[in-house]
Write a protein that binds this ligand. Sequence first.
Ligand SMILES: O=C(O)[C@H](O)[C@@H](O)[C@H](O)[C@H](O)COP(=O)(O)O
Length: 236
Amino acid sequence: MVEEKFFSDRERLVQALAHDCARDLQKGIKERGQASFLVSGGSTPEPVYRELSKRPLPWSQINVALVDERWVEKTESGSNQAFIEKCLLQNCAAEAPFLGMKTAHASAVEGQADCERAYGELPNPFDVCVLGMGSDGHTASLFPHAAGLEAALDPNSAQLCSAITARQSEVTGVHTERMTLTLAGILQARDIKLLITGDEKLKVYREALLGSDELEMPVRSILKQGLKPVTVYWAP
Ligand SMILES: O=C(O)[C@H](O)[C@@H](O)[C@H](O)[C@H](O)COP(=O)(O)O
């Protein structure tokens, strides 16, 4: 159940994905008075978040929450919370309630229970979930062969969030300790929006579609599940 929305340029992609997110958030609010918006970090989604921040949605009724986080304070480099505060929680969206993943605990493992409790209170199903993908085939912070990955990919897991220790690579940089939605957590979304750009990631996406080893390319667990619709947004 993977739909592809491919665009000739990034501006068209940004406008289309912002439109689809806004549409689904408004639908969620219409249905139950509030919506949940699960957002990934990284860099690709920045223009989409900046575009959305300017749209006059009922942001006080939209619960923005992270898909994943590096285990750093928001004042430290690499923080997804800081990224979201900078490019989404501005303008019209400044009033949106925000739920981060970083707790005061020294480690993600120690912070998992608090994170789980907080995420369990989000409006469910999640109205919008925006995922990215790395050139290594990770999504969220579900990194290839990471410690904790197998349990985090169990679609029947009762856990929404999981602490993960990624193998250090060019993709992870120094941020190997993470908190992330599990596959089961991602599957709490009504549908999944996977955002990728460029020819390299298009190749990685196509390789992920062809293969089956989810530990090698965790994005496969999203592309191959048959429970929730997945839309892949791509531009060169
Ligand atoms: O914490 C993170 O890094 C992100 O949540 C991660 O999963 C991201 O979506 C991919 O790494 C793609 O990142 P880019 O958009 O920067 O390529």
